[in-house]
Design a binder for this molecule. Structure first.
Ligand SMILES: [Zn+2]
Length: 348
């Protein structure tokens, strides 16, 4: 194909949409090009109209015509007042709750979650939620964030903001850490459950004092923003160093020929654990492992570089679309790879 800048730009933009990679973006652009008058023209107009006329309310996050006041702003719904507010991540969540007709109350759309890529609290409409709740004497806040780790971390954070619930970071010895240190997230909340049924040990290990250990690794910065880094069980400990899979996964996913990846720790006699990457690729390159390593060299440290790779058709996921890393760990640990054999030879 001749290099046509306009087309390449369009492909780049479309591949930024959720669920689309460069390949499907190319397919979409081809389809558009073959239907210039039926698709491109009305679509360009629809996009321009939406851009010109519709915006997100800066307080409650709903979509509204730019020219009108938000119905939810200051809760000025003329005929009816509610005492409930339902907090969701995205507008699509609001739509599905509305269509079920089971909820009567206000909505508050955060615009995402506090996520592993470091989405900041300021980018979500959490402060304005706290304001709304205070000002409008809301009696009930329903946190309808997703059941993913990010969704729950966000829910914890909102609870903290609303109820002065305390969140802290601890080290392996259950000592509270200073701001910006990375460790396990613990939280104190009146809403927490009291104990595990018939399991005193688990209960004992899940709390320090009144703080519940979430099993999530994160940090809190000077401005009290909470950053989620990893599930505790997913942290790879290699030669006594903590390695966070997400840092490596982010870089691998930046490679255009990788569709999905899960980075896990495999048992190793020498290092304790080693970094292992399971990937789904579109590439037919026989030497793909070398290619990935070469491409990653610029973006990750040496100790983060996976010692082994495996390429599979798709990653095992649960109903929520989360990768089930324990299945991968079990599968590949059984293979008893010895990735550090050569290294030991050199060192001996
Ligand atoms: Zn609003």
């Amino acid at each position: 194909m001749q290099n046509i800048n306009e087309i390449e730009e369009l492909i780049k933009l479309i591949s930024k949409l959720p669920g689309l990679g460069p390949k499907s973006a190319k397919r979409i652009v081809l389809k558009l090009m073959n239907n210039r008058d039926e698709l491109i023209k009305p679509m360009a107009k629809a996009l321009a109209d939406v851009y010109k006329n519709i915006s997100r309310c800066k307080i409650c996050g709903i979509l509204k015509p730019i020219s009108t006041e938000c119905n939810y702003d200051d809760c000025k719904i003329v005929e009816k007042r509610f005492s409930k507010i339902c907090v969701v991540e995205n507008i699509s969540d609001q739509w599905s709750i509305e269509s079920s007709n089971i909820y009567q109350g206000y909505f508050h759309i955060l615009g995402g979650t506090l996520s592993s890529v470091g989405q900041r609290k300021e980018d979500l409409l959490i402060n304005s939620l706290v304001e709304r709740v205070k000002k409008d004497k809301i009696e009930e806040v329903i946190l309808a964030t997703s059941a993913t780790v990010e969704g729950q971390t966000t829910a914890y954070y909102i609870q903290d903001s609303l109820k002065n619930i305390d969140i802290k970071i601890i080290d392996e010895n259950n000592k509270f850490l200073k701001l910006n240190s990375v460790g396990e997230i613990v939280c104190k909340t009146p809403l927490r459950f009291k104990y595990y049924y018939n399991n005193k040990n688990l209960t004992k290990n899940s709390f320090i004092g009144e703080y519940f250990k979430t099993g999530d690794i994160g940090r809190i910065d000077q401005k009290k923003n909470l950053y989620f880094i990893s599930r505790k069980q997913d942290v790879i400990i290699s030669s006594g160093k903590n390695i966070y899979p997400i840092d490596i996964e982010k870089e691998i996913l930046n490679l255009s020929y990788i569709k999905e990846t899960a980075v896990i720790g495999l048992k190793d006699k020498f290092f304790g654990e080693i970094v292992f990457a399971v990937c789904v690729t579109s590439s037919k390159n026989k030497n793909i492992e070398a290619k990935i390593k070469e491409d990653l060299q610029k973006s990750i440290s040496r100790f983060q570089m996976p010692l082994g790779f495996s390429f599979i058709e798709k990653l095992p996921k649960n109903n929520l679309g989360k990768v089930q890393k324990y299945i991968l760990r079990e599968k590949y640990n059984k293979k008893n790879f010895d990735f550090t054999k050569n290294l030991r030879k050199i060192l001996n």
